[in-house]
Design a protein around this ligand. Structure first.
Ligand SMILES: O=C(O)CCC(=O)C(=O)O
Ligand SMILES: [Fe+2]
Length: 419
């Protein structure tokens, strides 16, 4: 009995021990499974972070390429148009300007008429003559030039020292279309490519006549107030009047282009020219101080209008396939693992747009310079592109302080956020 009791006690003690062992083994197995899971997760994270690093590298390279693209793109252009001179008995033409004039590109001397009906005055700009009585009378007829500050027109000689005539106060024989200037601007600032669906053209509208005189005639750094939502830029025509200084500096993406129209740059009594510059509305620009003489300019507002469509057989000037950006973007898209899940690649635009006005919203047709060639490059690579304004948090949407360009093979819009 005592033995039996012992056996049964042993049996009783063995049973609970087996149960405990099983529990330990179960816990061990669970812990092992958990450890394996953690290991697998860590491995997955490692692979994911390697893929992310590879993708980040591709994106970094692409961004560098986009920055170069933005910096090297055209945001301002300019040129020289010779003025026809009275025939002389001098030797055959030798300079570039003379050769152009001989080829028939030269325009008639520019006339400006102003004054009240019946007592009007005509100034003819055919020589770099800063002292003619007619020019003096023109300057007398001008009034101090104001500029926009905080939504108001203000006069502040420290910021802008110039006089002006509004377009209602004068007439000019000069026509930027006839001079071939609008053709050049259209090609350089509103280039069209085979990939464009919407043809656009440029319309120039006379705005003002300005005179910046020495000493200290200037207009400090500013961005022009757009005169309408479809304004794309400004055109400045420098009439042949002798002066020093007064260079026009135009800036975009950290670069400045300087237009120097002072004497010694090809304007004297024998070879007289019109000089011009055009730039996008959102470019900061500045007229440096005029140190001698007078700088007389006509300004035009440039608007984008819908064109008539491509003429059969015409060859567009821009071929995105030849832009360095094409190779970079193609390389990024071909990289294994780059946005495999079909996310959106959002790229900031270089220029600003009046995108909120539905009536004149030609986007993407109205994209400027670097932005248009980016759009066309993406299209040439078969990407679906959208130009989309990014909302600010105040309006309940996705926030960032820069406008956004979006492109990728597959993209979708979810809960107000591009993913
Ligand atoms: O005369 C120039 O070159 C530019 C003038 C200007 O910036 C303006 O009128 O807004
Ligand atoms: Fe300006």
């Amino acid at each position: 009995m005592a033995d039996n009791e012992q056996v049964s006690a042993a049996a009783m003690t063995t049973k609970p021990r087996k149960k405990a062992d099983r529990a330990v083994a179960k816990a061990q197995a669970k812990a092992e499974r958990a450890a394996e899971k953690v290991k697998a997760k860590a491995e997955k994270e490692r692979v994911k972070s390697l893929a992310k690093m590879a993708e980040d590298k591709v994106i970094k390279e692409l961004i560098a390429s986009l920055e170069v693209h933005a910096r090297s793109a055209t945001f301002a252009c300019g040129g020289v148009v010779p003025i026809k001179q009275k025939p002389t008995h001098s030797a055959a033409p030798t300079t570039d300007t003379d050769t152009q004039a001989a080829k028939g590109n030269a325009i008639d001397p520019v006339q400006i008429r102003f004054g009240t009906s019946g007592s009007g005055v005509t100034v003819t700009f055919a020589h770099a003559e800063a002292t003619s009585p007619e020019l003096q009378a023109l300057i007398q007829a001008c009034v101090p030039a104001s500029f926009g500050r905080g939504g108001e027109e203000v006069l502040d000689g420290d910021y802008r020292k110039a006089v002006k005539l509004d377009k209602t106060a004068f007439a000019t024989s000069f026509c930027p279309y006839e001079a071939g200037i609008i053709d050049v601007i259209s090609q350089l600032l509103a280039p069209q490519t085979v990939h464009d669906k919407h043809m656009c053209s440029i319309k120039a509208e006379l705005y003002k006549l300005n005179v910046y005189s020495a000493p200290s005639g200037k207009f400090k750094a500013h961005v022009d107030t757009p005169r309408s939502k479809d304004q794309i830029g400004s055109l400045v025509i420098a009439l042949p009047v002798a002066h020093e200084g007064g260079e026009l500096g135009v800036r975009s993406a950290g670069k400045e282009v300087l237009f120097d129209w002072s004497a010694g740059e090809g304007c004297d009594d024998d070879r007289c020219t019109i000089k011009w510059a055009a730039f996008y509305s959102d470019c900061e620009h500045e007229v440096y101080e005029v140190t001698s003489g007078r700088r007389v300019t006509l300004t035009y507002n440039l608007y984008l209008t819908r064109g008539l469509g491509r003429l059969a057989g015409s060859t567009p000037g821009l071929q995105p396939e030849q832009l360095p950006l094409y190779a970079s973007l193609e390389g990024a898209l071909d990289s294994p693992g780059f946005m495999r899940n079909g996310r959106v690649l959002a790229l900031w635009l270089t220029h600003s747009y009046a995108h909120t006005n539905k009536h004149v919203n030609f986007l993407p047709g109205s994209l400027k310079g670097a932005d248009m060639s980016l759009y066309n490059t993406a299209q040439a690579l078969g990407l679906k592109c959208l130009v989309v304004p990014i909302m600010t948090l105040e309006y309940g949407g996705y926030h960032d302080d820069r406008p956004c360009y979006l492109l990728h093979r597959n993209f979708k819009f979810q809960r107000g956020v591009w993913r």
